[in-house]
Design a protein around this ligand. Structure first.
Ligand code: AKG
Ligand code: FE2
Length: 300
């Protein structure tokens, strides 16, 4: 029997995470690694000239907020070997996200032994992200067992423009049909339509929202179905060095919000540590010449 199943059967999963869909971990990350990453960001990444992979999937140079050295366009997947110039970043980021303490914290939530990291985003400045769920990026099948980690690389204040969540029972799905929506159109159209409706539905209920003033070493985790958005920063634009990681227990079926395959899709993994692999999407593998191999499925 695998560890995930054992945890579920023994009901040792974290109660708060199950009931509210988020958990704040304090002082779990090795602070020296967080600081080393922040230093690389400031000294290597910010001065870099040239195109890097961005959140929108394109290669682009830094897009500065006018009159500042604050970068508007976050970096995507800098944990992967996609740029020689960014090797120090890849190493520093890997040291943070594959730290054994991260796996230990996650194990408290779902009992899994191994995780596959699907995406990282490196934010330089405060975001203005509207209400959404990360399930559209990656999710498990069935829904709700992928995690998002939000990791501050500097000490935050209530004015930093923190992400906040609407507490949400883990695994609760509000489908397009549940919101009275069709499932037609492009993915982008469906994404927009869904989130407009979700936002309308949730805000009509005057929800309580939760956030946490997090500092270096802390980490917020929410589920792939937990609605969240960015609270406004007092000063805008302002620096807000932080990291977001989308991952799932390795031995789960996966897809996304609208694609829930009944089998593992072909997948590529780069094994990084005992507890962490990097999943490499076909497009990234093709564009950057990164190969990986299939993990051995865990015996049930
Ligand atoms: O960093 C933030 O404020 C939220 C970002 C976010 O939720 C996302 O990019 O999916
Ligand atoms: Fe998100």
């Amino acid at each position: 029997m695998n560890a995930l199943l054992r945890y579920v059967l023994n009901d040792r999963t974290d109660r708060q995470y199950q009931d509210f869909g988020y958990k704040v971990f304090r002082g779990v990350l090795p602070k020296d690694r967080v600081d080393a990453l922040a230093e690389i960001v400031r000294n290597v990444v910010v001065p870099h000239q040239g195109a890097l992979l961005r959140q929108d999937g394109r290669m682009a140079p830094h897009d500065f907020f006018p009159g500042t050295t604050l970068i508007r366009n976050p970096l995507a997947n800098a944990h992967l070997p996609i740029s020689q110039a960014m090797e120090p970043l890849e190493a520093a980021l890997t040291a943070v996200v594959t730290a054994s303490q991260v796996a230990e914290a996650l194990r408290k939530l779902d009992g899994a032994d191994q995780y596959s990291i699907h995406q990282t985003l490196l934010f330089f400045a405060a975001q203005t992200t509207g209400l959404h769920i990360d399930s559209w990026g990656v999710d498990t099948a069935p829904h709700g067992f992928a995690h998002t980690l939000w990791i501050p690389l500097q000490d935050m204040t209530p004015e930093s423009g923190l992400p906040s969540v609407i507490p949400w029972p883990r695994g609760k799905v509000l489908s397009e049909a549940d919101l009275g929506l069709p499932s037609s159109g492009s993915n982008a159209d469906r994404y927009d339509r869904y989130h407009r409706a979700l936002s309308g539905r949730l805000m009509a209920g005057s929800p309580e929202v939760a956030t946490a003033v997090v500092r270096r070493g802390d980490m917020i985790v929410w589920t792939s179905l937990t609605p969240h958005f960015t609270l406004p920063a007092r000063n805008f634009p302002s620096e807000r060095l932080s990291l977001q990681v989308l991952l799932r227990p390795t031995h789960t079926r996966w897809g996304n919000f609208i694609v829930q395959p009944s089998d593992h899709p072909t997948n590529r993994h780069i094994r990084k540590t005992e507890r962490f692999s990097y999943f490499v999407y076909d497009a990234i593998s093709r564009d950057f010449g990164i190969a990986g191999s299939l993990p051995t499925p865990a015996a049930l």
